[in-house]
Design a protein around this ligand. Structure first.
Ligand code: HEM
Length: 137
């Protein structure tokens, strides 16, 4: 699978005006299609939505700064171990994240864009999960 950073950036630019709706859609999709992860999250997700959106922006901005990107993902992954996130939860989140991006990207969403996001999420999730493995629970 091919990760084309320019396609990640252009599609992320296309969804910029829809941040709050996109993150709301993401959580609805996640809890409907993958209800098993719901208990990990606090009841109120308002603040959480903004943080997710900010983290995605920071990851996209640093896609080609490998050292910064890996450091960010390792920190995020270690914190997520504390939230109870296990490697097996990552595919569910990726499925819902890509569904939300697809929903709001409109014409900017193409098979090549989906392939790039799928591939990027593979890198994101494997780096986070690996860092999380090292954390005592
Ligand atoms: C692209 C991957 C992900 C990103 C960018 C992301 C981002 C974030 C951010 C920014 C926070 C706020 C707290 C912090 O910064 O530590 C957070 C919290 C959280 N995330 Fe994630 N996350 C991702 C994947 C996951 C996965 C796979 C799970 C597993 C189900 C998960 C579950 C949680 C939980 C339970 C919280 C705490 C929410 C609460 O306080 O109720 N996240 N996430």
């Amino acid at each position: 699978m091919t990760l084309d950073p320019s396609l990640i950036r252009s599609s992320f630019t296309a969804v910029q005006p829809h941040g709050p709706e996109l993150t709301a859609y993401f959580y609805d999709h996640l809890f409907t299609h993958h209800p098993g992860v719901r208990p990990l999250f606090a009841a109120h997700l308002d603040e959480q939505r903004d943080r997710l959106w900010a983290a995605l922006g920071a990851l996209v901005a640093n896609l080609e700064n490998t050292e910064t990107l890996v450091g960010m993902l390792q920190n995020l992954g270690r914190r997520h171990a504390g939230y109870g996130a296990l490697a097996e939860h990552y595919p569910a989140v990726g499925d819902s994240l890509i569904a939300a991006l697809r929903h709001f990207a409109g014409d900017a969403w193409t098979p090549a864009v989906e392939e790039s996001w799928t591939s990027a999420y593979g890198v994101i999730s494997s780096t986070m999960a690996a860092a999380g493995e090292g954390v005592a629970r």
